[in-house]
Design a binder for this molecule. Structure first.
Ligand SMILES: [Zn+2]
Length: 215
């Protein structure tokens, strides 16, 4: 459990990153910390990229429908103009932000702001996602959360995509992804095929071979 450093006696700001796979509880943890900051009478503002329209345009919403109001922004640099008077800034779905996000967070921290960043550390291919690797490197505090592997029950670190789309950004929830451990993730469509076969019974299932495009 993350415990806040003593924010009243610390002069400078800092960066906290909450990362992990899908269904690992990142947004719940972000909301928990933001609510605690509010209880401590800190002025809190939350941002998210406009690309994340999963549930609600103006709220950060976790899977269990815990919510907090947020400001949608198109580019991370917009955050710098919107934080006057705030001592705590939350940033959700950080993986969808541009590569200027780490520099923006650094500037916020230097202004004395506590910056909380939540995001996916890896995309559906198991590749570090957007600005997250740099965020992890630059943060004072990193919390890596785990989901539970849908197939074996071990800790899950990967977000496995159940559809054939190849774009890195695909907004969707339970129907498009499942959490998997490293081993089950790399078993890929073998497990996927078995799961679909048992779900569909005798119904013919399409193999999920990912064809490389000629681009
Ligand atoms: Zn597994």
């Amino acid at each position: 459990m993350f415990l806040e450093p003593q924010f009243k006696s610390q002069r400078s700001g800092w960066i906290e990153v909450i990362c992990g796979s899908m269904f690992s509880g990142k947004t719940e943890e972000l909301i928990r910390r933001l609510k605690r900051a509010k209880i401590a009478n800190q002025k809190v503002e939350v941002f998210k990229p406009t690309v994340d329209h999963r549930y609600d345009k103006k709220r950060v919403v976790s899977h269990d429908a815990n919510t907090i109001l947020s400001v949608p922004v198109n580019h991370s640099s917009e955050i710098l103009d919107k934080v006057d008077g705030f001592s705590v800034v939350g940033i959700d779905e950080a993986q969808f932000f541009d590569n200027d996000l780490p520099e923006v967070c650094e500037k916020l921290a230097l202004r004395g702001i506590r910056v909380l960043v939540a995001g996916l550390d890896m995309d559906f291919r198991g590749v570090p996602f957007g600005p997250m690797p740099n965020m992890l490197a630059m943060a004072e505090y990193v919390t890596k959360l785990h989901a539970i592997c849908k197939h074996c029950g071990n800790l899950a670190t990967h977000s496995y995509r159940l559809t054939n789309d190849d774009e890195q950004v695909l907004i969707g929830e339970a129907q498009s992804y499942e959490a998997r451990c490293r081993t089950c993730f790399h078993m890929g469509n073998i497990l996927d095929f078995n799961a679909r076969s048992s779900k569909n019974g005798a119904k013919k299932t399409k193999s999920k071979s990912k064809k490389k495009s000629n681009k």
